[in-house]
Design a binder for this molecule. Structure first.
Ligand code: NAD
Ligand code: DAU
Length: 350
């Protein structure tokens, strides 16, 4: 794909901001349009360093606003889309499932319709890249890995909405010939992740001497990937992925939550000059997440053999860099944890 205008949705969020930065630095011939509604999870601070780049334009809008979406496709004639905008937090999907259906399903369909209306059947040189999650596959037992042909079996309103959006993308490919590619990735971590997700939430709580709320018995397993490695994979899938294919992306890096939390506590104690074991004392087992998936683990051999991708950053290194980022960006953390965050936190954890 070498067309110059690319629409990236959800670029003010965690993963999207890393993708935009990578594309602007690596491909100075592109112009990146970042479409974002700036929900609680969207933050233009995440893009402060590149906001005045002449190859970057921010479009403040909502993917569920059909008229607006049609108007920007008409105006900018987007041939290529990388779609990341979504409601992304499982716990919020449990309290407000409709918001997830609206953005993740309807919003994706509105983008697909605008793309289809603009290009009709003239698909040469066009691509709709849908960024999705491994949660669509449901939960693994103690063994096995998610492969690209694993059946969809989502358990949370979040994963059901993402599964539905994946199905619509595929259906538009089958029905209208719309050129698409999908990737399904495991748990990301890194700088600028909103502190509702496990790692940044626990870093923030340690810094504030607050309890670390481990759901259930803590023996749930996730496959962690450094966000920069996801951005590299997205770059490869966008440029080299084959139309109508799906690529699983994962870290080959499974951790039980409780082991991860203990490692995080050890690294934090060392960096904060606290006695070993101090942060671990904050661990508190709390009521489990309803419908909690036991284990996710990705078989990323397809993207490895076909596109030459593999993770470049070890977990210990990535985690250490992530903690450093939060320690060095206290203002960012304070800004996003004031106001509405406090209400969310109370509702979720008390
Ligand atoms: P995030 O919550 O940090 O960011 C989402 C962004 O989308 C925010 O900037 C938000 O303002 C924007 N947005 C939300 N609703 C919108 C709407 N209606 N219109 C326009 N913009 C809207 O999410 P993230 O963690 O960066 O995830 C990005 C994508 O990657 C999502 O599609 C998610 O499902 C997928 N994904 C995430 C992970 C992960 O571990 N975080 C893993 C695999 C896949
Ligand atoms: O697998 C990819 C998915 O990973 C993405 O699609 C989602 O957008 C992303 O949020 C993430 O989903 P998880 O539910 O796995 O991530 P979260 O950080 O919310 O939780 C990770 C694990 O930690 C999970 O087993 C639940 C547990 N947990 C989480 C929180 C927030 C706790 O024990 N306590 C907590 O307070």
């Amino acid at each position: 794909m070498n067309n110059k205008n690319i629409l990236i949705t959800g670029g003010a969020g965690f993963i999207g901001s890393h993708v935009i930065r990578r594309f602007l630095i690596k491909y100075p011939e592109y112009h990146i349009y970042n479409l974002d509604a700036l929900t609680y999870a969207g933050n233009l601070e995440n893009l402060k360093d590149i906001e005045s780049n002449e190859n970057y334009t921010f479009l403040h809008g909502d993917i569920t606003d059909e008229e607006y979406i049609n108007s920007i496709f008409k105006k900018y004639q987007f041939k290529n889309v990388i779609h990341l905008a979504a409601e992304s937090h499982v716990d919020r999907s449990i309290t407000d499932p409709l918001a997830f259906a609206k953005t993740n399903i309807l919003g994706t369909m509105i983008l697909l319709n605008a793309f289809k209306a603009l290009w009709d059947t003239n698909w040469e040189g066009k691509r709709f890249y849908h960024v999705s999650t491994d949660e669509v596959y449901g939960s693994l037992g103690e063994t096995g890995l998610f492969k690209e042909n694993t059946s969809y079996d989502p358990n949370s309103p979040y994963s059901a909405s993402k599964a539905s959006s994946d199905h619509f993308v595929r259906a538009y490919g089958e029905t209208y010939g719309l050129p698409y590619v999908i990737s399904n990735c495991s748990n990301n971590y890194g700088a600028q992740q909103f502190p509702e997700k496990l790692i940044p939430l626990f870093i923030n709580n340690v810094l504030n001497d607050k309890a670390l709320p481990v759901y259930g018995d803590g023996n749930y397993t996730r496959d962690w990937l450094y966000v920069m490695d996801h951005a590299i994979a997205i770059d490869l899938v966008y440029h080299k992925g084959v139309n109508a294919e799906t690529y699983n992306i994962g870290g080959f890096n499974e951790w039980k939550n409780i082991d991860l939390v203990k490692l995080l506590c050890q690294q934090l104690d060392a960096k904060l000059g606290r006695e070993e074991g101090t942060s671990e004392q904050l661990i508190k087992y709390v009521k489990d997440r309803p419908g909690h998936d036991l284990r996710y683990a990705i078989d990323a051999s397809k993207i490895n053999t076909e596109l030459g991708w593999s993770p470049t950053v070890t977990f210990e290194q990535g985690l250490s860099e992530t903690i450093d980022w939060y320690l060095n960006n206290e203002d960012w953390l304070n800004n996003v944890t004031s106001g509405n965050y406090q209400n969310y936190y109370k509702k979720q954890y008390q």
